[in-house]
Design a protein around this ligand. Sequence first.
Ligand code: F6P
Length: 281
Amino acid sequence: MHEVFETVAAAVPDIRAGLPGRRRKTDEENASGETQLAADVWADELLEERLTALDSVGAYASEERDDVVDAGDGVSVAVDPLDGSSNLKSNNPMGTVVGVYDAPLPASGTGLVAAGFVLYGPITTMVVAEGAAGRPASDATATEYVVEDGTPRDVGAVELPEDPTVYGFGGRVPDWTDDFEAFVREVEDELKLRYGGAMIADVSQVLTYGGIFGYPGLRDRPEGKLRLLFEGAPIAYVVEAAGGASTDGERSLLDVPATRLHQRTPVFVGDDAYVERVESL
Ligand code: F6P
């Protein structure tokens, strides 16, 4: 396992233990204009300190800070320290998302050599997809670990089930385009709704039961809500490594050109056939 993920796993008990006292909001907004929770800021600082201390890490970027932190030579790590942190107030699942890019940031998903996530659910787990520079995500392998005590314990390969069962799409229905709403009306008759408001938890449902997760472009925000470097590309890498597909509506999320560190993109990941239907809209 790449030492980035060993370090993330080792930080998990500390992150988890620090959550109960950090539900309040700060007065700050992150680079994407969202109010930060004390937990967002704290998890970001903890991961920055530990990841930039690694010899193999040359840069650290996170959803919670404006600029890339230079750490010398090595891979670039892009982190969403607490994905779905608004779930902290209601005590629902959240995650940490990590992309390891063999390129300076901003970089597109073709620069990813590994990606993964921690899911703070009833059990704390970590899924890691590891590949190699210049190789497609479909050549990478995705593995699930239990990381309760900070030491990853391999619990098996992650493979997207062939029969799709669940779906979850973000955003309010009135904000969806007519085409997208019509598509969802079809999907509602075919699959079962599972949506919890944290991308990692919702994608984990898809990886477990098969189906599709998406956060579409909205009428007044065609770029959608999720960030390409910190959320869209890393989760696409994991899902494609697990045998699924991804799209921004036109092409794999791994092929979306990256022009800005905090750029947003529509995100769809999961079952091949459903991803193709999104592309044909
Ligand atoms: O990036 C933030 C995030 O919390 C994602 O984890 C999640 O998929 C999405 O926002 C939920 O957004 P909404 O509250 O609009 O459903």
